[in-house]
Design a binder for this molecule. Structure first.
Ligand code: KG4
Ligand code: ZN
Length: 396
């Protein structure tokens, strides 16, 4: 693109329940990263309510973009481009960000860049690595990298390569039912904990025995699944499945008659949503269940990810998405990576969950390649990333 550019991209993200805007220079330097969370709005419902999400995005988009520019100390005229998430996500939520970004780009006469949310999560790690590398001897991650994107909507594996400024992604694994983050959210909800469930389970799990409840993962029949989904029978594909463990946790609470404790906890946390209060309201059986659930999910993710990395000859691992903020996951993945001598990288917590810095960072190579969005850009709720073995979005 223009050689006189300042490299400033405004990123906008509104695919689910965070309204976010960020200014990133040349895909590597975050000048601002503003996120307006809708947790308080959706909390009483125990999950994201799409209509409320769209309404909140409408309310927040203008102040969030203004704040991102203010923090970055730049004006609209300084921007080189506007980048926006065009999918996957909630249709109404995506449309708010897209309509705003299109209008802004048109009014400013600047290019508009469409970014896949999943590509954004992968670039959150690359952005963090680039920032660490600046002025230090931290080396860029060797490629190809295997990226695990593990969030509320996705549990996907991609083989990531780079040719010049172009990044390519091959989908080499996905969940066949619930995403890992969805399982965290559903199990937390059924135990009377707050929303979103991941951070609650993360905080409570160290207080229980991770081996008390013997959860097991049934093996997904790879060939049968490939047939159903039309993939080549000899491809190296990884399948995750998290709906079974959610049902097993529910049955455990039924068999052990935990309903009254759950209701007490739900009511207590509605009044005072704190981890200390939750600990007071959890008996050892509940804490054991939480710890065992988290261990089982993390173990499954770890085992399958490292197996896929070895099979595909990945030179490094990138772990991103909201569940990548999980402390046990980070500890276990890091230990295993050290055992295998494979470099591994996670974004810091603020870049793990949804944000717009990752969108602006992912847009930079597209800007350089003049890969611009058309004026007819619209929301693609089921947008997939890369070619490969399966659909990229959770069918549920
Ligand atoms: O990436 P994200 O912010 O949004 C989606 O694209 O889905 O991920 C949100 C998901 C939720 O399911 C949330 O419970 C989970 O990430 N999450 C966590 C943690 N923090 C967020 N799961 C486990 N441990 C955490 N610390
Ligand atoms: Zn996300």
């Amino acid at each position: 693109m223009s050689t006189s550019s300042t490299g400033l991209i405004l990123g906008i993200e509104s695919s689910c329940d965070e309204t976010a805007a960020a200014v990133v220079r040349r895909g590597t330097e975050t000048l601002s990263n503003v996120v307006a969370s809708q947790i308080a709005t959706h909390s009483p419902y125990g999950g994201v309510v799409p209509e409320l999400a769209s309404r909140e995005h409408l309310r927040n988009i203008v102040p969030v973009v203004r704040e991102a520019l203010r923090e970055a100390n730049v004006g609209f005229g300084d921007l080189d481009a506007v980048a926006v998430t065009n999918g996957p996500g909630l249709a109404g939520a995506l449309l708010v960000g897209i309509s705003y970004a299109k209008t802004l780009a048109y009014a400013l006469g600047k290019p508009l860049i469409a970014v896949n949310h999943l590509e954004g999560h992968i670039h959150a790690v690359l952005l963090e690595q680039a920032q660490l590398a600046t002025g230090s001897d931290v080396k860029p991650l060797p490629l190809p990298a295997l990226a695990l994107v593990v969030s509320g909507g996705h549990t996907h594996l991609y083989l990531v390569r780079r040719q010049g400024d172009t990044w390519t992604y091959r989908n080499v694994g996905h969940t066949v039912d619930d995403a890992a983050g969805e399982a965290f959210d559903k199990v937390a909800k059924l135990l009377g904990l707050g929303y979103p469930g991941g951070p609650w389970i993360d905080a409570l799990a160290p207080h229980g025995d991770p081996y008390a409840v013997p959860f097991s993962f049934s093996q997904v029949k790879t060939k049968a699944h490939l047939k159903t989904h039309g993939g080549p029978a000899n491809s190296v594909a990884t399948f995750f499945s998290f709906s079974g463990i959610k049902t097993a946790a529910l049955r455990y609470t039924q068999v052990h008659e935990m309903a009254s404790g759950i209701e007490r906890r739900r009511a207590g946390l509605a009044e005072e949503p704190s981890v200390i209060k939750a600990l007071m309201l959890c008996d050892h059986q509940t804490l054991d269940l939480i710890a065992s659930f988290q261990r089982a999910v993390v173990d499954d993710l770890r085992r399958k990810t490292f197996r896929a990395a070895a099979a595909l000859g990945a030179a490094s691992l990138l772990i991103s998405g909201g569940v990548a903020a999980n402390r046990e996951l980070r500890v276990r993945f890091t230990a295993e990576a050290e055992n295998h001598g494979v470099p591994i990288a996670f974004p810091k917590a603020a870049l793990s969950t949804d944000n717009a810095a990752m969108i602006a960072a992912a847009a930079w190579p597209k800007f350089l390649a003049c890969d611009l969005a058309s004026p007819s850009l619209s929301a693609e709720p089921s947008l997939s990333l890369g070619r490969g073995s399966g659909q990229a979005t959770n069918p549920l």
